[in-house]
Structure formats: C-alpha cells, structure tokens
Unconditional design. Structure first.
Length: 366
C-alpha cells in the first residue's frame, strides 16, 4: 500500500480527544538490514500513547513502551521485531495506536473498517515457456492461486492466502499437480484462478514476498478486539475465516486392496476398483465441520460427485469403461466455505478376465 495519510480514528462522538493525520513513511521494511517504519500521527490532548503490532491472526506480537505526549504531531516507530526481540517472518502486519488519559481512551485501528473486500486480479496470464503466472493487483491483498483444467479438476494450489502489495506480480509454477504425477504446464486446457481480499489500510509489509503464510514463534501477548463477524457463514468468503485455517487442505487418495505396482510405480487394476478419499487427521474435523462435496475425475473428465461428503469415503471406480492402459484418477474436495483439496493417482488398467472386446492398451494424456 502507498505510504501516506489514513482516515481519522473511528472515535465515539463523546471521545475525550482525537488521533488524526496518521501516516507511514514507508509500506515495507527489512528488519535484518535495520530498517524501521515511522508512523506519524497528531493528537489534540495530552495522553499516554502505545504502538501495537498484530499479525494476520490478530495476535499481538509487539507493544511499545508507553510514551507521554503533549498535543501536536508525533511519531512512533517499529523495527520489524517481535516482543522477544526476534525479527518477524516475512508477512503483512497491521498497527494500532492506543492513547489514554484520565479522560478516557481512544484507539486508532483500521483493521476492521478497511480491507477484507473481494479484489479482482487483473490480466492473469499463464506463460508456459517461462513457467510464470503474471497478474496485477490494484490494492495490497492476500491471494490464493490455483491451477486447474477448464471444465475439469482443480490440480494444484500454488500459494495460499499469502500477502502481496499492489502492483504487477509474477508467480512461478513448475507445472506439477499436487501429487506430482502429472505435469500440466503445457496442457492446452490449463487455467489459473487468482482470488484476492484486500488488506487493511494500516498494513506494513516485512521482508520479501513469502510463498506461504508464516507466524511469529513467540507466544502472542494477546489478541486484538475485533468487530463482530457476520453471524451467517458466507459461502466462499475466505476473509471471514481465521487466517490460520483459511487455506486449502491436503488430500489422501489411495486404493483399497492388494494391487501390484509396475516398474513405473503405477497400480495395476482391473474391474471394480475401490478408491479411498481422506484428509490428514489434523484437518479432518475442520473439513467435516465446514462441509464439502467430493468430486472425481478420470483423465480430467468428470465421472462422479456427491453433495454430502464424509471422511473417509470410498468410491468404486469401474475401470471397464475405459480402455486398457494408463489412466489418471483425480479427486477434488470442494468445501462449501471455499477450502479445496486435490490428489491424483496414476494407474494401469488391465482388461478384465474374459473381456474379449478390449482394445489395445494406451497411454492416457493427463
């Protein structure tokens, strides 16, 4: 976000004093090289002032020593370190100015009144030759980037609600799906999806752009008082979810039974094949609570879904409906609150016993 002025603090009409003209001298700092951000403000009464820094969980990771100030312009500074003195991970943080006196307290906090709006990423273009996705953001935001096949399965989450500043961006993808069994970089139907939610105006970036969300190691000093969230869950509105559980989920896709593997590691199957879908135990409760639908594909073509998902679940795949040879089984978990997951198995189908109608074996294109 551009360093500069932000709106006055949202103080009640009978507030004892006001904090105004809040601005930062920069929007990004590197704590390793000794950089610091200066947050200027004006106050119209004598008060004791404290600067607080929060991470994306609304966890308090730094609080300055209180300073007594007189009416007029002032500044507070932060060097990108947490309360234990360690540099914080490369991430987006937000600041809060808290001022108090015998007359009462005023808090300048734009976290809830700005940000968390759906944002359109402009001109997302996948360049297979360079392995780069290019797009532009008009506002600092958290972004989720997925790749999938048009009219087919989603195959990979590349970044999951990481923070990015406004401007032009490039994101590398090696073309491999989440299970690393298909390289789809040059597939004619590959399509990127960029979802974004704006960051609040009181954001400060620390370090370089990170490829995953990270939190400080220290135990937080507390949590920020938040405005009430909507009582009714909004479908696919990720900004309503806590950042630490906002992301997509890993998926476990296995075959039930004693299937041999060939020299390429493919399961050799025939007839009816029981396919087991599950997620790791540490995320299963969240996936079930938020509800989801499982969707299955063969070689990128939809074959089965059910609107009520259970875990673990078994789908019986009839391999006799495809030609003998190599095939790809992909499962998608599509959470009703927008959390997705994907996994793919590569199998080799042998003709079922007594099937005289089988055509010659083929290698399936992923």
């Amino acid at each position: 976000m551009e360093a500069g002025a932000s709106p006055p603090s949202e103080a009640p009409k009978q507030a004892p004093f006001r904090i105004t003209d809040v601005s930062t001298d920069r929007d990004r700092i590197d704590p390793v090289s000794g950089e610091r951000v200066s947050i200027g403000y004006a106050i119209d009464a004598a008060a004791e002032v404290v600067l607080e820094m929060y991470d994306g969980r609304d966890a308090l990771i730094y609080r300055s020593d209180p300073v007594q100030v007189e009416p007029g312009p002032h500044a507070l500074g932060w060097n990108g370190h947490d309360a234990s003195g360690e540099p914080v991970p490369s991430e987006a943080y937000h600041y809060v100015i808290r001022a108090s006196s015998a007359a009462g307290e005023v808090v300048h906090d734009l976290t809830d009144s700005t940000g968390s709006e759906a944002l359109l990423a402009h001109e997302p273009v996948w360049d297979a030759a360079s392995g780069k996705l290019r797009f532009r953001l008009d506002h600092p935001a958290r972004i989720n980037v997925r790749f999938g096949l048009m009219d087919g399965p989603y195959v990979r989450t590349v970044v999951d609600w990481v923070a990015r500043d406004a401007g032009d961006h490039e994101l590398a993808w090696d073309g491999w799906d989440a299970s690393r069994v298909m390289n789809l970089a040059r597939h004619p139907m590959i399509s990127p999806t960029v979802r974004a939610y704006t960051l609040p105006h009181n954001t400060v970036f620390v370090g370089e752009d990170a490829d995953q969300v990270r939190f400080v190691a220290m135990r937080p000093l507390g949590t920020r008082d938040r405005k009430e969230k909507p009582q009714k869950t909004r479908m696919f509105f990720h900004a309503d979810q806590p950042l630490e559980t906002r992301g997509d989920v890993p998926v476990e896709l296995t075959l039930l039974g004693d299937f041999e593997r060939d020299e390429q590691g493919r399961h050799v199957v025939s007839g009816m094949v029981p396919v087991r879908l599950d997620v790791p135990a540490d995320v299963r409760g969240r996936v079930l609570e938020r509800r989801f639908e499982p969707v299955f594909f063969t070689d990128g073509i939809f074959v089965f879904e059910t609107e009520v998902g259970v875990l673990p679940m078994t789908w019986n795949w009839d391999s006799t409906v495809v030609n003998p040879g190599e095939h790809y089984l992909t499962a998608n978990i599509r959470g009703y609150e927008g959390n997705y997951g994907t996994a793919t198995l590569r199998v080799w189908v042998e003709p079922a016993a007594g099937d005289a109608s089988a055509v010659p074996t083929t290698e399936a294109a992923p």
